[in-house]
Design a protein around this ligand. Structure first.
Ligand SMILES: [Zn+2]
Length: 180
């Protein structure tokens, strides 16, 4: 589960919480409480208020991020429909960060699910419209399929997680070279 949230971008991490169609098997956002919990984990924000319509409103935003990112990773572009969904979600005021008075740290003022979705949509807009759009990749491990953003200077990162997919690929490569 932890591996789903290693993309380095909150929008892509969020796209790994599930989805429609083939991605429904990965779904972890079944209830408003799930949405509050996982928005909190991904955005490091406590006590996100989730209203009755927020779970349904989340789904097209998450799909627009997932489909847009995978299209860019394949050398394509973001569809006009997905652009419209992301732009609309971003018009809502985003999460408002606040310095914690006593201890050094950041909290968020009255966080809500629409504000969190706006923050996620804005992250996707920044990513899809910026120089890193060409660095969005799908993990090279055949059984993985998670997204990543390659921010390394040489731009040759292939795996979502070196600890898991990278090492598994190394072990498999080694087994192929050294028949047991
Ligand atoms: Zn992977």
């Amino acid at each position: 589960m932890r591996r789903r949230f290693l993309t380095g971008r909150v929008s892509l991490d969020f796209s790994h919480t599930g989805g429609d169609g083939d991605w429904a098997v990965w779904e972890i956002l079944h209830t408003p409480a799930d949405l509050a919990h996982w928005l909190g984990v991904i955005l490091s924000v406590d006590d996100v208020a989730v209203g009755p319509g927020d779970l349904a409103a989340m789904r097209p935003v998450r799909m627009a991020i997932a489909v847009g990112a995978r299209s860019l990773a394949a050398g394509g572009s973001v569809s006009a429909a997905d652009v419209a969904v992301l732009n609309a979600a971003a018009t809502v005021p985003p999460l408002v960060p606040q310095l914690t008075p006593s201890t050094p740290g950041v909290s968020f003022a009255a966080p809500t699910a629409p504000a969190a979705l706006s923050t996620l949509a804005r992250d996707a807009i920044d990513l899809f419209g910026g120089p890193l759009a060409g660095r969005i990749r799908v993990c090279a491990a055949a059984d993985c399929g998670l997204l990543l953003v390659d921010t390394s200077r040489p731009g040759r990162r292939r795996w979502c997680s070196m600890q898991r997919c990278g090492n598994l690929a190394k072990v498999r490569g080694h087994r192929q070279r050294v028949p047991s």
